[in-house]
Design a protein around this ligand. Structure first.
Ligand code: ASP
Length: 335
């Protein structure tokens, strides 16, 4: 097996150039910087192969097809490289890193998703450090899962949240400790890293139609009912606190009941940054569960949404999907 790392550039600020409309991706703009970094690393970085998506995108334009394309590229080259770095825009980075963790079960090699807040062509770019850190982690055998590297931290890909639109420490995973800290040394939290159990798989055929809604006081039951129509197959409800919703609103509960009866998997996560859905903690939460929703525990909304899309894309029946949404498949939830 080669000790090389495949760098897949998908777009995002790290490789962007200035245009009259603001920053935008440009083909071949990033490669010279990457070559220079590796050439001057005095052997501290692994040999690399480089690929660019065509077209490169601002990650605000990412779609489930983008996730599947990335997953397929990595899966097809799994045997050719020791690890993989995915360069990606920060705006939807956690959707992609979450999706990859479900699309590539038991991948068994590091997949490090990273990017930057300042283009690599700029003097003060954070892209250089993030890229170097990602290459070093991807070359190590001890973090064989999908992770997200930004600043000083390596986070589990399906646990991360973007917390800052401009700051250089733009990501955190408040519901799960970092997989590693990149200080003077790279210190891996080995007790947290997942070992792959089975054969590597690729779940990227097509994904189910899903949506997420955030509850707020006055959320209209008829809007909810309108969302819960074909082609919707899965719904993430970002509920209050420990998983609570408006249990006095009969129409709201009826809309959930109808959705579940129509075969839509409804999963409840919390709007809080920390903590978890705790079934039975409040009567207002129990009402959601009685209506047929299932708890997503401490999954992020992004992890719940992408997991639901991947599971529904496998053609599983609603009962199985609802059961699997409550299981830990890729380190995305704490039971
Ligand atoms: N809009 C950019 C993107 O997500 C932001 C970034 O990369 O930081 O592609």
């Amino acid at each position: 097996m080669s000790d090389s790392v495949l760098v897949l550039h998908t777009g995002g600020t790290i490789g962007m150039v200035d245009t009259p409309d603001g920053s935008a991706p440009a083909p071949a703009a990033l490669a010279p910087y990457l070559e220079d970094i590796v050439a001057n690393s005095q052997g501290e970085l692994p040999p690399i192969s480089f690929m660019e998506l065509d077209p490169l995108i601002d990650s605000s334009n990412a779609t489930p097809d983008t996730w599947c394309t990335i997953a397929r590229i990595l899966y097809d080259r799994r045997e050719d490289h020791a690890g993989f770095v995915v360069l990606h825009g920060t705006d939807t980075m956690v959707y992609t890193s979450s999706a990859l963790s479900f699309l590539l079960p038991d991948f068994g090699k590091p997949v490090v998703v990273t990017g930057s807040q300042i283009p690599i062509a700029r003097a003060r770019s954070d892209g250089r450090q993030n890229l170097i850190g990602a290459l070093q982690v991807a070359a190590r055998p001890d973090v064989p899962e999908v992770s997200l590297l930004f600043g000083e931290f390596l986070l589990r890909g399906n646990r991360a949240m973007k917390v800052d639109a401009f700051g250089l420490d733009a990501f955190e995973s408040p519901r799960c400790a970092p997989l590693a800290k990149l200080g003077a040394d790279i210190v891996v939290n080995r007790s947290l890293v997942r070992a792959s159990a089975g054969e590597p798989g690729l779940m990227a055929a097509r994904l189910g139609n899903v949506a997420a809604v955030r509850l707020f006081p006055g959320f209209s039951a008829s809007i909810l009912a309108n969302i819960c129509r074909p082609p919707l197959r899965g719904l993430v409800v970002e509920a209050y606190g420990a998983g609570n919703g408006p249990s006095d609103d009969r129409e709201f509960l009826a809309a959930i009941e109808r959705a579940v009866a129509d075969g839509i998997a409804v999963v409840v996560v919390t709007q809080c940054v920390r903590g978890s859905v705790k079934p039975g903690a409040y009567a207002t939460g129990s009402a959601l569960m009685r209506a047929g929703a299932v708890p997503g525990f401490d999954m992020t909304s992004e992890a719940a949404l992408t997991k639901l899309a991947v599971l529904l894309g496998q053609g599983l029946d609603a009962l199985t999907v609802r059961r699997m949404m409550q299981q830990d498949l890729a380190g995305e939830l704490t039971l």
